[in-house]
Design a binder for this molecule. Sequence first.
Ligand code: GLN
Length: 482
Amino acid sequence: MTFLTEPAAGTAAQCRRGTVTARELVKRALDRIAAQDGALHAFISTQPEAALYRAEYLDKLPLAARESMPLFGIPVAVKDNIVTAGVATTCASKILENFVPPYDATVVEALVAAGAVIVGKTNLDEFAMGSSTENSYFGATRNPNNPDHIPGGSSGGSAAAVAAGMVPLALGSDTGGSIRQPCCHCGCVGLKPTYGRVSRYGLVAFASSLDQIGPIASDVRDIGLLLSVLSVPDKRDSTCAGKQFTDSDDLYAGAVNGLAVGVPKEYFAQGLSPEVRGPIESLLARLAQAGCKTVPVSLPNLGYGIATYYIVCTAEASSNLARYDGVKYGYRSANPKSLIDMYRTTRREGFGAEVKRRIMLGTYVLSSGYYDAYYLKAARVRTLIARDFDNAFTQCDAVVSPVAPAPAFRIGEKCNDPLQMYLTDIYTVSANLAGIPGISVPCGKADGIPVGVQFMAPKWREDTLLKLGFATQELTKSKQLG
Ligand code: GLN
């Protein structure tokens, strides 16, 4: 048994009983990272000494103390835009290359309380801006299924680490698809929770009204488990609703019978590659055999999703990233001529091209004279998109959709064409704009590269997503192995 590719819930139970030690689990994860990460570059940093030290501490805990720790001894990777006390948190940016936060994010505290062991910080697109993990100051991550291809992004490091069996669980963040899309391309499961489900305290802000931290795993049941750990109530984030998710085995007891799945006609129109459409259509046929009803629905404002998202997220990013000025923390340019020159050169040298592009776009859409035409308009269309989902959910329990229009493309293929890169987010951004949860689950392969399916549900109905996700996992298992 490797333990790293098996469901973490069972491994944690064995570790609590002492069948395997936390040290052994952590050692295996570190060995696997050492063997594979040279080629994949899923990690920006690893903390082997701290991880082993903590594992040894856990191994000394009495049985009674272990009972309340659902992730006891499990090695976990954390996206490097989530702060960790005493451990560099770079956001894959030169501007934060040497930034060591003095505190832990709420989700990190929650992982620790649950008995998990953080083994490393994973690679991402700089400040989570991108769809391929190529925009990292530290270099791109590669897809474990085929290293010539992107792993997806921006949580590409976390998805690759799980898909390559380096860790059983990882955390990502999703502003417009950054958990779901890399999981789809790498062949693991990822969930973007309802906005407000998981505290954002300690998540470096990209677009605050869209950002959510969420779980990444190989098995759908681990997503429920990890979500229940991550969703602790938190007064330090005023948008955290305090609705902790309760995981339960009942969710996975074949309960899709009678669920209605909405199939939006706009999502399966032109532009979708046959390699993605095929596996999703055959999954829908299997779900129907398992007792799901499929109902046609319409989300008429889908076509405005990308434009709306890229106005809202750049506006918020331009404001959030104003704090990197060379004064408070992070990189400061050497020998500036004046204070203004220091600000300018720090930001010019510290930020990469995509981040600068977004700051400029965001500043433009918020500027007086353009605010009404762009930002205000986008805010209104955002409401229309949310209403489309509300209407669809009067007819169905969840909506099915692709995650990405095509399987993972080759490294370098879209680097010089930002618009093409933005268009790959078409199926994921709507859930963030509407604040609803979405799950991405593998459902097939094209030329050895995984293809995923997405389900989206009304706010707070992650339970429905886990049911459908688990059914998908079971119905497509034999097919993927074969
Ligand atoms: N690809 C999207 C973007 O570049 C989403 C990124 C994210 O979810 N963090 O904005």
